[in-house]
Design a protein around this ligand. Structure first.
Ligand code: M6R
Length: 367
């Protein structure tokens, strides 16, 4: 059932090109220039009336929600907040009938997310669920569902569910942009074309997975490490850091690169591994200067960046993993693959049970 792979996680990492395709299938019209969401119940009027969006989830799904926030804000220009479900419920969130609440959950059974959904309903919000299980409690209780079609995910560490959630957010953002007129037809078509290229680009990354083993083995002998980035790179860094903690038990922190010097830089010492995500072109120069700050304190830096920037970055880092070029909005769909592989190979190097990390359950049905 593992299809020749030693672990489900590895198999599921490799299933991502297909999961991307399946999640897009039937949701892009024949011209390839327009998003269609056939089962969507929200009327155009309701969509036009949305004043704010709240994205609620736990763990990896929360990290997808962080990407979702940027995607919706950039494409639709609506204010969006993303919160973890166990915090959202207890902070008396301000919800109006013009609030769209989006809950994100692979399993559709996470207790805190389900309770937050019910709270949002009670406050009169329209609730949209992004979930991988269409018959789940969350799917049943929501007003609208966008199903991610990642297929069953067995490994406790979520991989293909996360990236399919990103695809769902891109589709949703484009759909809202069409209805609200915040992007031109040309802009929508350009993003859709870039999305269609993602599966092949993921395949190209997976074909080079051996390249990440060296750095993964190196970090496996450390107790602490950091992931840094800005913008969407920071969102992807947070997911990479959780993945590593979960399956390798190495303590790691994801940091907004610009925040380092406000305290955390004090922890950088000789040899500490730091993965720097550097795909946000508009912020690249600033990220590079943060990398230099880390290097000056002895950090052992691996950059994840586009090929075209590799030469320049090579001057400031110890290792590089390049990813194929995509639009700024879509970068996490590619950079995170490198981070999944990094945590997988670190866990493997430590001889741990990759699929069943200690103390954790696949579906968390207690609050
Ligand atoms: O099923 P859900 O997406 O609601 O699960 C949420 C989290 O428990 C889950 O993403 C968890 O963080 C993963 N084990 C991370 O890999």
């Amino acid at each position: 059932e593992k299809g020749g792979y030693e672990y489900f996680m590895h198999k599921e990492i490799h299933e991502q090109p297909r999961a991307y395709q399946d999640t897009m299938r039937g949701r892009v019209d024949e011209s390839g220039r327009k998003v269609v969401l056939p089962d969507f119940h929200m009327t155009d009027k309701q969509i036009k009336n949305i004043k704010n969006v709240q994205i609620i989830a736990c763990g990896t799904a929360y990290h997808a929600g962080l990407v979702g926030r940027t995607v919706l804000e950039r494409l639709v220009r609506i204010p969006v907040e993303t919160d973890v479900a166990s915090e959202y419920r207890y902070r008396s969130p301000i919800v109006t009938p013009e609030t769209l609440v989006i809950v994100v959950s692979q399993s559709g059974e996470t207790a805190d997310t389900l309770a937050a959904l019910r709270e949002a309903h009670a406050n009169g919000a329209h609730v949209l669920a992004i979930t991988n299980v269409v018959g789940s409690s969350i799917a049943r209780d929501a007003n609208d569902v966008i199903a991610t079609l990642a297929g069953p995910e067995i490994a406790v560490a979520s991989t293909k569910a996360y990236t399919s959630q990103l695809i769902a957010f891109y589709l949703l953002g484009l759909y809202f942009a069409q209805v609200r007129g915040t992007q031109t037809e040309e802009q929508v078509a350009e993003i859709l074309a870039a999305m269609q290229a993602l599966p092949e680009q993921v395949d190209a990354i997976l074909a080079r997975e051996e390249e990440i083993k060296g750095y993964a083995e190196k970090i496996s002998s450390h107790k602490h490490m950091f992931f840094i980035g800005r913008g969407l790179d920071y969102a992807a860094a947070q997911e990479g850091s959780l993945k590593l903690k979960e399956i390798s038990y190495i303590h790691s922190e994801a940091y907004a690169a610009g925040e380092l010097k406000h305290g955390t830089l004090a922890l950088i010492e000789e040899g500490i591994p730091v993965v720097a995500l550097a795909t946000e072109q508009a912020l690249l120069e600033k990220t590079v200067s943060n990398i230099k700050e880390v290097k000056a304190r002895g950090g052992d830096v691996m950059a994840v960046c586009y090929e075209e920037d590799a030469k320049e970055l090579a001057k400031s880092v110890d290792a590089i993993f390049t990813i194929p070029k995509t639009l700024p909005l879509l970068s996490a769909s590619l950079s995170v693959i490198a981070l999944q592989l990094l945590s997988y190979y670190a866990s493997l190097a430590l001889g741990l049970d990759v699929d069943k990390p200690r103390n954790l359950a696949k579906s968390v049905t207690v609050e």
